[in-house]
Ligand binder design. Sequence first.
Ligand SMILES: [Zn+2]
Length: 141
Amino acid sequence: MNRQVPIAEGLFTWPAEKPALLGSRCQRCGIASFPAAGACMACSGQEVIVEELPGRGTLWTWTIQRFMPKTPYRSNETPETFKPYGVGYVELPGGVRVEGRLTESDPEKLHIGMAMEVVFAPWCTDDNGDEVISFFFRPVV
Ligand SMILES: [Zn+2]
């Protein structure tokens, strides 16, 4: 039986009943960052705690990736099977902006400021046959 493994350790809670992105919040200035870091990017404070980030935010900026990224791009795609996809920054409550792949690739359906929610889904299959889980942002309908 195939397992589901997270694309990277520490990016989000997994496995979890309600998975969430993990960010670090500075105890000095209150700024959160993603992915979690050992020091605050705003004030260099060392007192940061890792916390679950809100699952919804708004689309801050986006683009459509129309060609296959150069290595190390981790996927099962080839230049022949590659399909364009949306990628963007979503601003979460508290001011942290998270870059992620979007579930929507139609430019007509994406606009800055729209509500987005994080979802966790298979990204690709690794060499062991395990499903690699990553996070995506999906328009809230
Ligand atoms: Zn800080």
